[in-house]
Write a protein of this length. Structure first.
Length: 234
């Protein structure tokens, strides 16, 4: 790639199979020859029916799933890193500084308060403690989490509140690449609007985003491009 290339993420020839250990090691092909790229300031929406591999693609980019072939290049400072070939140590470094992820599920350390859970993501991304807590408080307030709950562990919250904690944790940092796995699912109109605003702000800042959205109205408001991943089904 050229040094002035605006591409932030490029997948090329990515294959993925799963080994079914409970089925005598049967091999299940899932994705083949996945190829696309995302530029700075863009949001690419992954479309396709349930089970077509949308979440698997996000997990491969984040390094949760290893790939069988191909490359997953992400812009890493002045150079590039290939997540498909990165060591576990390098994957962890990329998650701190380059790749953010809003998953469908909130996993936190027990007994750690919501404010600290969100602020920790910002500190990992390089913000100093006071700034991280202030930023975390701002996002929690915008997502309608009452201040009286900020010191309570998220496990005590409702499912919808936990999802909003997860969204705050994903957006509190300033990763140049952000992966979104159904971030607006189950949210009310006000909080969907807040997430749409977060996404637009990140695009304006030059981040590259890849998202899965089942809400057509949200997709229309945030998508710059979309791709039907069923074309990559193995």
């Amino acid at each position: 790639m050229r040094a002035d290339d605006s591409t932030m993420i490029r997948l090329d020839g990515v294959d993925k199979t799963f080994i079914m250990h409970l089925r005598a090691g049967a091999v299940l092909p899932v994705l083949r020859a996945v190829k696309f790229e995302v530029n700075a300031g863009e949001c690419l929406v992954l479309d396709g029916p349930s089970g077509s591999g949308k979440s698997s693609i996000l997990k491969m980019i984040f390094g949760n799933y290893r790939v069988d072939a191909g490359s997953i290049l992400v812009r890493d400072g002045d150079g590039w890193s290939d997540v498909a070939r990165a060591s576990p140590r390098d994957v962890l470094r990329l998650r701190r500084s380059v790749i953010g992820y809003v998953s469908q599920f909130l996993r936190t350390i027990p007994r750690v308060g919501a404010l600290d859970v969100v602020a920790a993501s910002a500190r990992d991304n390089g913000l100093e403690a006071a700034t991280a807590r202030a930023r975390a408080a701002e996002l929690l307030a915008r997502l309608g989490i009452p201040e009286r709950l900020w010191q309570l562990p998220p496990a005590t919250f409702s499912g919808g509140e936990q999802q909003r904690i997860n969204i705050a944790r994903g957006f509190v940092a300033t990763h140049p690449v952000l992966l979104l796995d159904e971030p607006t699912a189950s949210l009310d109109k006000k909080n969907r609007a807040a997430v749409i605003d977060f996404i637009r702000q990140r695009k304006r800042s030059g981040a590259a985003l890849i998202g899965i959205f089942h809400d057509d109205d949200v997709k229309r408001q945030v998508a710059d491009n979309s791709i039907d991943v069923s074309r990559f089904r193995a």
